[in-house]
Ligand binder design. Structure first.
Ligand code: SAM
Length: 349
């Protein structure tokens, strides 16, 4: 675990630069930042970035820096223009870390001599005055040997690298989902249906320990394509609408694959669907599809109701797959989905 400790922060003067120290810490692989002065605005700015862009980075302000630095159980580094050049010490630092935690101190104004005395390493990024932001970025980059740039974050907002322009894919919250549905002119029938699927999927998702943000958006948006067609192609139509609107691909795929318990490649071909994957793979894809299988109109039904209606249409094999999916999810939840359905009906009444 890597902690950055920022001392000498003056909430009015250093607001922007301390925010940058925190953002560099997060983006370049540190796990948390401690800031000496209490600053709630700084905390909420940094927490908002983490909430939107992902990861487990944390911030605490209003700490006693000397105590935190002195009592830290691990390797202590002070970044200072007066220290030893990073390239002459980084090997020794890595050697002494070996599984231990690290704390890296950066200042704002003049750094008290105590920091130099407490540190195990006083490290310079060139013996010239510059900035805590650049010093920290270069130190972390040297420490991780560039690997920190490969770290993947799963946030509500995910940047898609582009040669030109900007693209950010996002996971819409409940309000944004409703806005998307109404924006596509979804009628009351669609809204009532997706609302019931959403309630059931959320209940199943909780038992299954699924990603609830994906379940929420996937369930609310699964039938957005019905604003274009009510045929078998509505899932594809929905996925296309959402891709166009830069919705996170994990949600687009929930929508694209929500038909029955999946459509096999040769079935999809016969149905005239584009050559894509319609087999649910992730837990969230499976939950939204099965919640939809267990909702007829705005009513929650049982597995046997659904299976019987598939048999009546001559869809025997898809009916078997729905049964299998039901068993799989019931076992993950530790409870039969029909019972979860009954619980949701009770809550709705
Ligand atoms: C504006 S400087 C303060 C410099 C001040 N003269 C001092 O007492 O160190 C703020 C912080 O930037 C970092 N810093 C600036 N230049 C650096 C360098 N060449 N190498 C390492 N860190 C540096 C240090 O962490 C320093 O505490």
């Amino acid at each position: 675990m890597i902690t950055v400790i920022r001392i000498g922060h003056r909430p009015f003067r250093d607001k922007r630069i301390t925010t940058h120290v925190a953002l560099v810490s997060r983006a370049f692989g540190a796990d948390r930042i401690l800031v000496d002065e209490k600053d709630e605005t700084l905390e909420s700015t940094v927490n908002r970035v983490t909430e939107n862009f992902g990861g487990n980075f944390s911030i605490k302000t209003g700490i006693n820096w000397k105590k935190e630095f002195k009592d830290f159980n691990g390797v202590k580094v002070n970044l200072s223009m007066y220290g030893i050049n990073v390239d002459d010490r980084i090997g020794a630092i890595r050697e002494s870390v070996k599984g231990k935690d690290v704390i890296i101190l950066v200042g704002a104004e003049k750094v008290p001599i105590d920091a130099y005395n407490i540190a195990d390493y006083n490290i310079a990024i060139a013996n010239q005055p510059h900035s805590e932001v650049s010093a920290l970025a270069i130190f972390l980059d040297r420490f991780y040997e560039g690997k920190e740039l490969e770290k993947k974050y799963e946030g509500k907002m995910n940047v898609i690298p582009m040669d030109n322009g900007k693209m950010v894919k996002f996971i819409p919250d409940e309000q944004q989902c409703m806005k998307l549905l109404y924006g596509e002119k979804a009628d009351e029938r669609i809204i009532e249906h997706v609302t019931t699927v959403y309630k059931l999927a959320m209940a199943i998702g909780k038992y299954a320990g699924a990603n609830m943000e994906l379940i929420r958006a996937g369930a609310l948006l699964h039938d957005i394509g019905r604003t274009k067609t009510n045929g078998i192609g509505h899932a594809v139509a929905g996925a296309d609408i959402l891709r166009e609107k830069n919705i996170d691909e994990a949600i687009v795929r929930i929508v694209e694959k929500h038909t029955g318990a999946g459509i096999l490649p040769d079935e999809a071909k016969k149905l005239g669907l584009p050559d894509r994957n319609y087999i649910q793979e992730t837990l969230e894809e499976k939950i939204v599809a099965q919640a939809d299988n267990l909702v007829s109109g705005k009513k929650i039904v049982t597995l046997s109701d659904t299976v019987n209606s598939y048999h009546l249409k001559g869809l025997d094999e898809p009916a078997e797959r729905i049964k299998k999916l039901h068993m799989e999810l019931s076992s993950i939840c530790g409870k039969d989905l029909d019972i979860i359905g009954k619980e949701v009906i009770m809550e709705m009444n």
